[in-house]
Write a protein that binds this ligand. Structure first.
Ligand code: KG4
Ligand code: ZN
Length: 347
């Protein structure tokens, strides 16, 4: 197949991302705008504001990405964009923009599954994994362990029965009085805490399968906070954050080890926003050394939402034989299980 230049557009939540990915040369440029400061005032993402802000950002970001790469629109071969899952209005902005742009330059589009973007994002790094691998996908909305044998070949090994890991981080951060977005702040605070001061449950650690459940852990944080409501000192908050992080990291690591043993594979890929967590990375790295497997993460800048992973996923989809579609049809899929993307799941 000849060289292809793919433009990627991400707008599923509160980050607008545009990137250019060349099938031969790799990632040429990516431009990102985070709406975090805007939503912080409201303590969380306000969907209507998110959509409006995506509208404001897409064109300047496109110019930035083209400028950085030294490319023009005529050189783009296809436009990949996030079709779902995510916020309906936010997705519609990216979809309408990408479809209209593709129509204008007479090129096809590639609707991309956001989680497939996360899943494949470690392939953007200088030392990428090779198929097959086990993937631990830990984002704000999902917690899944998967066996990945190729692009579009996913077998679900286990997932959360309730809250996602990132959601548990964010909700616990809120309970500790941290501003939005709480997950990353909680993990910073946890670094100052002392392990073992508070003990929190490790839900489903011994369930015997690869399922997760984090809502009980969040309730345990709520109970702890209520018990200390009169004196929420900085020291208490740091120790509570540490206790929460110790618990969630232990569950994520032990279940990942179980998945490695069960599949017999030697590579683990960690993707999604929680993959930026330092304690999770350190613990997994130590275990990988002990158990002699390799663990891969996306570059830190590609752990959270970005256009680069969407451009990459679009390109890999084309290379794997998924046809691009004619531009001009507008459809998003706010709810969309990743397994629907799996053409030939291995058993
Ligand atoms: O993958 P992502 O950007 O968005 C989704 O597709 O959901 O993940 C965002 C999630 C948020 O819940 C955020 O709190 C969490 O990733 N997160 C972290 C850290 N950085 C981001 N959680 C724990 N430790 C971090 N350092
Ligand atoms: Zn995401």
């Amino acid at each position: 197949m000849c060289t292809m230049l793919i433009l990627g557009v991400e707008s599923s939540c509160d980050e607008t991302g545009i990137a250019l990915y060349d099938s031969e040369a790799g990632l040429l440029s990516h431009a990102l705008y985070s709406q975090v400061a805007m939503h912080a005032e409201y303590g969380g993402v306000v969907p209507e504001l998110a959509s409006r802000d995506h509208i404001r950002r897409v064109v300047p970001l496109l110019r930035e990405a083209l400028g950085q790469a030294g490319k023009t629109l005529d050189e783009v071969d296809a436009v990949a964009y996030t079709r779902g899952p995510g916020l309906a209005g936010a997705l519609l902005v990216g979809c309408a923009f990408a479809e209209a742009l593709a129509l204008a330059i007479d090129k096809p589009t590639i609707p991309v599954h956001h989680l497939e973007g996360h899943l494949l994002s470690p392939l953007l790094s200088s030392d990428p994994p090779t198929f097959p691998f086990v993937a631990l996908l830990v984002s704000g909305g999902h917690t899944q362990l998967m066996k990945v044998t190729g692009v579009g070949e996913y077998e679900l090994l286990g997932e959360t029965l309730d809250d996602a890991a990132g959601e548990a981080f964010d909700k616990s951060a809120k309970l500790l009085g941290l501003p939005y977005p709480g997950g990353a702040l909680l993990s910073k605070l946890a670094e100052q805490g002392t392990p073992g001061v508070h003990e929190l449950p490790r839900p489903m650690l011994h369930s015997g399968d690869l399922s997760f459940s984090f809502s009980g852990l969040k309730t345990a944080v709520l109970t702890l906070v209520r018990e200390h409501a009169d004196a929420m000192s900085d020291e208490f908050k740091a120790n509570a954050a540490r206790a929460f992080q110790e618990a969630i990291v232990e569950v994520l690591v032990k279940k990942s080890l179980k998945a490695m043993k069960q599949t017999g594979l030697k590579q683990l890929v960690v993707a999604g926003g929680v993959g930026a967590n330092k304690q999770l990375r350190t613990t997994l790295n130590d275990e990988a050394k002990r158990k002699r497997f390799c663990v891969y993460y996306p570059e830190l800048e590609f752990c959270t939402d970005n256009g680069a992973m969407i451009a990459l996923a679009g390109c890999l989809r084309l290379q794997a034989g998924t046809p691009a579609k004619a531009a001009g049809s507008f459809a998003v899929q706010p709810r969309w299980p990743l397994m629907e993307m799996s053409v030939s799941p291995t058993k």
